[in-house]
Design a protein around this ligand. Sequence first.
Ligand code: SF4
Ligand code: SF4
Length: 707
Amino acid sequence: MEEKFVFGHKGCLPPGDTLRETPWKLVASRASRPSRAVSGCSRTPGYRVTTTVSGLALVLVLGVAGALFARRALMLTRLVRLGKPVQRFDDVPRRMRNEAVVVLGQKKLFQRLVPGLIHAFIFWGFLVLFPTIVMALLAAVAKGETLPWLGSQGWFALLVDLFVVLVLVGVVAAVWIRKVQRPERFKGSHAGEADLILGLIALIVLTLLLWHAALIATGLNEWPAGWSPVSNAIAQVFGEGTWAEVRERLFVWAHVLLVVGFLAYLPHSKHLHIATAAVNVWFGRTRSRGRLEPLDFTVEDESAMRFGAATVADMTWKEMIDTMSCTECGRCQDVCPAYATGKELSPKLLIMGLRDQLFAEGPKLLAARDGGEEFEPTPLVPNAVSDDVVWDCVTCGACVHECPVTIEHVDHIVDLRRHLVMVEGRFPAEGATMLRDVERSQNPWGKQQAERADWAEGLGVHVLQPGEPAPEMLYWVGCAASFDERARTTAQSTAKLLQAAGVDFAILGPRESCTGDPARRMGNEYTFQSFAEQNVTTMNDAGVQKIVASCPHCFNTLANEYPDFGGNYEVVHHTELLAELLQEGRLDPVAGTGEITYHDSCYLARHNDVISSPREIVARVGKPLEMARSGKRTFCCGAGGAHMWMEERGSQINEERAREAAATGASTLAVACPFCTIMLDDGVKQNGSELRVADVATLLAEALESS
Ligand code: SF4
Ligand code: SF4
């Protein structure tokens, strides 16, 4: 085969340098080291020797790898385009911010410092080292060739050395965690594949380091060797001579082959997330985390109407990208209250199960669409996940909050429930009772609407009448505080406090219906939307502008979900309003000394970021003590996702949380949610603990009364 060689600059071969022929190419070797400029030559020394052998080999390697990558990427893209529509193209500035913070800044990974650092070393390392891939490709064809400017920068060479070491440290630490510590969160993940990927990453950076060392040993480095302490030290071990040049070729090609092989393997492996995670973050939620995507029952073509997810063909394109982005890290599983209490549900295995079915059936769907053999996808439940997994979830959102690639597990679960409930009528029997009560009595307690304002008897609370204009503030009481004996105290305390502070407020009384939240989280979107429309009509007719809600579930629905149905109000939680009244001096309670631990409701803290207000109130009436899991990383009481009305299998979530509260040594467990009040009060009693469970409004009202 004909071989060609060119010098970087014709005629700039310095005196003493020679050309010689090896069996595989012509090599220019330098007589003197270190590198030095050649008189009359505009660039630093460094020869480019191109051969058709190297060039053709690289074209072949890139062609095969590129074809493998492109084939898989094309299939995945076509699959995603098959997904059902969902609106995620708005709010570009916030999406850009998420990319910067979550992807580049690795914010969610740093929720756990050590694993976060390990991942950041590897991720940032690959960002910094990316130009070296281009440099290696150039050098593989033309010895001594590199990127203009960057290839001669000492600081960049220093960064390369530094990040190679950091990546290696990251890989070793990751292997240590996986093989020695063996945390529970990796149970069920593809361990062999993770090992292979870690091995490949280590080999890629090692060959890069050795190639740089060989470049220095052969004098082909265009940057001052002193800037590369690690590569330079290895170069001293290598020494000069023919073997140094052979090594340089060996390492650059090993590096190129590993990188290209890795890229070809990527879309076929669990590390597909390297390509999809940034996309998934971009299309993640920018509005409230507590909002569910509504189903559109108004589409004219009934065959296009969607009733949740029965098969992979019903998944939205975002749900598909979710499954492709899972890194199998198990962070979601680690924080899941259902998993922690021994239920079958693992959010990680749920996403992996959906992904496996998508990858197994997606190509057949595409083939059928292209005119191939007819294909009927199989049901996701129970093929990908079991019925129990679907019903174990309390929609607490801990998994979503923890997931480093912002996978939205709750959307998947609710979509599966929607199909089971609305199409198949397949759900736990206790859930059926709740749904029937909501539909018949407009509240899940099955009580008469006429009794809704009974809690306010004797308190002088104004009940807004039809046609009467709304006052400054509408107090949305919610079903629990209206009908449950223990939760009613919260409503009474809130009303007394608003009166004491001189807030102009009223309640809707019998015209207030269930917001539809339990029906929606259970999967009955149709019932939810009926209630949403009814309640929005009532409030819009009354000209309601501001709402205070004492139930976080009502608060979430009113603030985040009713705007989808024409209900746009300023909604605050009662703890936010009470904290504001305290700050303004409109409430002046007696400072208490009792030790109080506050339990964050998932729908308040995690879904809606209300964390400081309840704590401000607690600090005014007692001595606060924090539980191990608090704020956005709180642990559910077990009532969410319609579980307030469902039987819980195995050990109880509320008892686990009540134990954690008791472990603080506090005498009072403060809550800010009527569901939490009921669940944790039950949990405390089951544990035989002495803790008193009370809403912060009740504690504040008591402190005010004793002033
Ligand atoms: S929402 Fe909560 S209960 Fe449901 S899967 Fe996620 S962590 Fe588990
Ligand atoms: S869903 Fe997210 S948190 Fe859970 S294993 Fe996958 S990447 Fe990790």
